[in-house]
Design a protein around this ligand. Sequence first.
Ligand code: ADP
Ligand code: MG
Length: 627
Amino acid sequence: VSTAMTMKGTRTEEEQEALALSQAELKKQSMQEVRRSLPIFPYREDLLAAINQHQILVIEGETGSGKTTQIPQYLLEDGYTKGGMKIGCTQPRRVAAMSVASRVAQEMSVKLGNEVGYSIRFEDCTSERTVLKYMTDGMLLREFLTEPDLASYSVVIIDEAHERTLHTDILFGLIKDIARFRSDLKVLVASATLDTERFSCFFDDAPVFRIPGRRFPVDIFYTKAPEADYLEACVVSVLQIHVTQPTGDVLVFLTGQEEIETCCELLQERCRRLGSKIAELLVLPIYANLPSDMQAKIFNPTPPGARKVVVATNIAETSLTIDGIIYVIDPGFCKQKSYNARTGMESLIVTPCSRASANQRAGRAGRVAAGKCFRLYTAWAFKHEMEETTVPEIQRTNLGNVVLLLKSLGINDLIHFDFMDPPPHETLVLALEQLYALGALNHLGELTKLGRRMAELPVDPMLSKMVLASEQYKCSEEVLTIAAMLSVNNSIFYRPKDKVVHADNARMNFVVPGGDHLVLLNVYTQGVTAGYFYHTARLNKGGYKTVKHQQTVYVHPNSSLFEEQPRWLIYHELVFTTKEFMRQVIEIDSGWLLEVAPHYYKSKELEDSSSKKMPRKQGKAKEELGQ
Ligand code: ADP
Ligand code: MG
């Protein structure tokens, strides 16, 4: 320490500056070396030639080969951004868009947000100077509203195409359409090694450019019998690997934040108990809602002698590449959205992942050396219980949002829209019905003035209606705050497992009587109702029933109304975890429903048949209609 101090003391300012510069130069050089070592690098010239020759090109390459970080840079180096034209690259996941943009900015030694930027919902990290723009697929979709021919782009890369998210699928149709009259636009469809023939076929037999991967063999192990508790099985497997296997990092796939936190906590606790008997184990979570400084930690190199274990959602399946992984633990599940078009219920359910996913996961173990994948299910289950591929999101989600967007782009005939895989007919019809009920479409299915305004807001139709209706009720400011809170996906109440009590106490400080829309409740009255009249539930024998479909639902235990159980509720969303839970609920007066949605509710539906069983609250005697 003392030498360093004397050295520092004797260094002049200029010397220090020079040193910092040369260190930056070194870092830059080593980054350039990494760039040249990627599997895509030897194909740089061929790839650029193919792009030059064809308007639409499908690019297939193993995860980690350099598609996302390198191709936009190659294009920039080749002059595609001349005159300020942009290269856009879409990602299905927000985390990936941010992390990849930040990596590319580093590689190019520019400040993130200048030449290289990203744009995700509610966060725009781009500027006038931005020419490489990473963004979520949903954001590019919204750009069609302001720039229907994407005139400011010279190249659009639809990346992670194999994920087949709703927005990516809609982009396929729209981009195929504009490519016909924008002959100067280059379209690249990049995908992991999955399904590329289908993309080629959809884009009128566009050629497929294959980047040969460098893949090491991965040994796959199955369990002899199904695991009763896959979370516990994961923890045990990690520790077994840690004490019995040679060095190399571990990647565990779980389905969501809660599982990931539990798993990390268990691992840390058991390591603490084992103390110095075992080598250091660095436990790092990664999921979409994790604060970004913590996300970045997974990329730090593992110190010698230690082992890193990354516990991830399927974001690590193909979107992010973590170097150094030798062992993969795959319980074989993922959280999937599913949609019941009959009841309008959207739910997130933990389901077995597809064989394609399982194979991608295993592949993560063979990037730097021969690896091992431990599947916590039987070989029989792999063969007989898993689907071949994942069903595209468009076939299992509510379409309200995209239908509104397509309508505002002037696409009226949705039945004949060029879908790669069309959504179920009932889902389309339900979306149209819902938009009609909200007043966004008229009886001919045409966009109304209100509908046009709703489409401009990047939120679900019910939320945008709520915001717009608040004008009439003079409570826009409050409603906007609530809308903002509802749009952040529960991440306001960050609830780390080790500080649950703290977090819950902190949350309790915000609770006011009446509902989850918290402090703002007093004003969250009829203006809300105007957007969410669709989502009404009535107390019924200890649970709730949705008014339209008589579906039994429950108040989420985290809700401030969990114990109160008011008679009429509006909920923000339904999620299926252990039960059908309503999340973010608020008490309403059933009379409001008739006021804001006379076309939707008949007074008969709102009569209360079970009133005698109700716990009564003072001053609330006139809740039912007809009294
Ligand atoms: P692909 O899109 O083909 O899956 P990427 O371009 O995402 O590949 O990644 C190529 C390589 O760049 C990775 O193998 C990794 O070495 C490096 N890399 C990518 N993102 C990061 C990051 N955020 N931090 C550090 N290295 C990264
Ligand atoms: Mg990629």
